[in-house]
Design a protein around this ligand. Structure first.
Ligand code: CA
Length: 226
């Protein structure tokens, strides 16, 4: 079966060279030249690997890496980066990328890295997320507490989804604003508290410990409930 690769690179010369190389190695290659273009491709096709340049005209390629991971796509991610942006960029990937390659590089090195990341078994996240007795199915947008189906709004669902992906960890208001609203949301972070309060009301069951904890001055943590 032909392996399919998405290459996101805005440098026309480098993009053309890498695409030709990968095609000659037998991959099916789609070339995108911006974050928006890359996202369109990822939304339509399933890729075995994505090779992402970080410096793109409309943003940072790491956004696409996060996008892939949040949707739990079975796509290996290889980041291309200049040395001077290595520490802040790659450190900021939260381990979402499988590997990175520092520019400039030779094509054979890229090809070897691509083969390596695609051989690695993907960390498959179970389709239905679970934290204590709360279960969330992203495919059907259903949430249960025990055997009870909880009627959540789309926003509450997105909030809970993000908290469940990071169960046990503190998630800040800023992070929730960026992931559940969008990076350009200009309202106050108060909106997070309003929706969290609504979510909490629906999650809490009489006689059970409250699953969603406020960490004062920091954010929220979805604990292990039982
Ligand atoms: Ca670039």
């Amino acid at each position: 079966m032909t392996m399919r690769i998405l290459l996101v690179e805005d440098d026309p010369v480098l993009g053309a060279v890498l695409r030709r190389g990968l095609q000659e190695d037998g991959y099916a290659v789609d070339l995108a030249t911006s974050v928006a273009d890359g996202r369109d491709h990822l939304a339509i096709n399933e890729y075995d690997a994505a090779v992402l340049d970080l410096g793109l005209p409309d943003g940072d390629g790491s956004v696409l890496c996060r996008w892939v991971r949040e949707r739990q796509l079975p796509t290996a991610v290889l980041i291309l980066t200049a040395r001077d942006s290595l520490s802040d960029k790659v450190a900021g990937l939260d381990g979402g990328a499988d590997d990175y390659l520092i520019k400039p590089f030779d094509y054979p090195e890229l090809a070897a890295r691509v083969r390596a990341v695609m051989r690695r078994p993907r960390n498959t996240v179970p389709t239905v997320l679970q934290a204590g007795d709360i279960r969330l199915d992203p495919a059907t947008h259903t949430v249960w507490r025990g055997a009870i189906v909880l009627p959540l709004t789309a926003r509450e669902f997105a909030l809970l989804h993000h908290l469940m992906l990071h169960a046990g960890a503190v998630v800040t208001r800023t992070e929730l604003l960026e992931h559940v609203w969008d990076a350009h949301y200009e309202g106050t972070s108060n909106v997070v508290d309003v929706h969290i309060a609504n979510l909490r009301r629906k999650l809490d069951l009489p006689g059970s410990p409250a699953p969603l904890e406020t960490v004062r001055g920091v954010g929220f943590r979805l604990g292990e409930t039982s």
